[in-house]
Design a protein around this ligand. Sequence first.
Ligand SMILES: [Zn+2]
Ligand SMILES: [Zn+2]
Length: 367
Amino acid sequence: MTAIQGFELRAGTTTLAPVRKECPVLSPEDVLIRVAGCGVCHTDLGFIHDGVRTRHPLPLILGHEISGHVEDAGSRHRNLVGKAVVVPAVLPCGECALCRGGHPTICAAQIMPGNDRDGGFATHVVLPGTFLCVVPGAGSDPDAPLGSAAGLTLRHLAVVADAVSTAYQAVERAGLARGSLAVVVGLGGVGTFAAQVAAERGAVVVGLDVDPRRRAEAAKMGVGLALDPREVSGKELRSRVAAFAHGAGAPATGWTILECSGTPAGQQTAFGLLVHGATLMVVGFTLETVAVRLSNLMAFDARALGNWGCAPELYSAILERVLAGKIDIVSHAALKPLSSITEALEQVRAHRADRRIVLVPGREEVP
Ligand SMILES: [Zn+2]
Ligand SMILES: [Zn+2]
């Protein structure tokens, strides 16, 4: 019988503790996945440090950005055994009114690993098999090269589970048109991928970030103009962006503004960039409030939308683009041993990680 080794959050603690459990008997709907990689997300830090409650009572193994191999499966998913998969960060029920109405990521009956059940900061994870995204062309070696992107392995694809897919659905839902202007506010985590997805769709992309390292990297994400919103703001920012759009042949209207910073300042900046026919897509999260003149939406015939996660049915299209090298994740992901989880979480918390950290179970941890 397989033992699962991982790191769990216990009540009243702010570090994850190593744990070893027996693998449960699989229900017909469940599969056992040997984890290839699990990305570290700010949501995990929220559970550990900010008092955000996991839906499953503690102790719980965290981690919801998972790639791996299906090692065993209940009767309904025997066809998945041996397959390499990416696990959508939200596994919806597929049947309720929200699921049928195009909002599966907020399905009340959803399973999110590391929230509703033990997650991927472990050697193995047990999850429902229905919405797993099979990685085409992947063999049994998690370190084997995949697709046409240099250095890409199944381990890196963990990042697709949440960061890349959230960005993808946000751009998709905003209806970003080829040749139009996209402004990405905040080029960290999700923002780096939002910029790439927007550029891949043929948009002209402007990126705003206070971090000079990110602005220096922005061109590689398809960003044509990168600005520091602390240096250029208000009307001056609008006119700089408008001048750039004009020079790049993009219309002065119908901009798509993707707020990925999750900061009050970023949200103010994003709202201030509304033009006629614009779409403001809120992707980042903050508990803070901002004061805005909401009537600008009316005056500009603009819309403001939110995006939470990504529907499972979009994952294969995302994987296709990643495998074809159209969305680069290798240079935005750093593989680290699962045993270094405490240090990795601290790095992310202190904003010292310039790439998405993917934790990889080592040989010593795999029984
Ligand atoms: Zn996440
Ligand atoms: Zn549902």
